[in-house]
Design a protein around this ligand. Structure first.
Ligand code: SME
Length: 149
């Protein structure tokens, strides 16, 4: 049963499902606030391995979302000054924060090798995913996902 699966396995499956179902999703993963530190830690993901397993708050697209608490849609990564490149093939990125109890505890991050691919439909989908992940974390009593997932 799904309930017997570890939440990290569920999140990994969710990444794989999104990558398989949406043609313009190439790298799909989670970053979570690393305990009390002002940094993000890489969680479950699918796609090319990344060196950026820790991202300080404020750095890159992900680090900016950690402090802005807002979605960040990047149609063209080359136009961004504050950007951390994980792969030379990536053309666009979208990051949607995950809120538990009103707190920004992490994010879903998607890289695309397609130029300017994201629309309101992606935002709607990913806000739904973020809300579902928040519910999963809450229901499983996972208060420190960076340590537990
Ligand atoms: N591009 C991100 C870094 C994470 S990789 O996309 C997996 C950023 O600028 O924050």
């Amino acid at each position: 049963a799904e309930s017997e699966k570890h939440p990290s396995a569920l999140l990994l499956e969710l990444c794989g499902l999104l990558q398989a179902e949406v043609p313009h999703y190439d790298w799909v993963g989670f970053y979570f606030r690393n305990g009390n530190k002002e940094e993000l830690k890489l969680g479950p993901y699918v796609g090319d391995p990344t060196d950026h397993t820790i991202i300080p708050f404020g750095k890159g697209i992900c680090g900016q979302v950690a402090v802005s608490n807002s979605n960040f849609v990047v149609p063209d990564v080359k136009a961004q000054d504050n950007y951390i490149a994980c792969s030379i093939h990536v053309k666009a990125e979208i990051v949607v924060p995950i809120f538990v109890g009103g707190e920004n505890i992490g994010q879903i991050d998607i890289d695309s090798e397609t130029a300017d691919p994201f629309t309101d439909a992606d935002i709607e989908l990913l806000e739904g995913v973020a809300a579902a992940v928040a519910t999963l974390l809450e229901s499983q009593g996972i208060s420190d996902p960076a340590a537990e997932l």
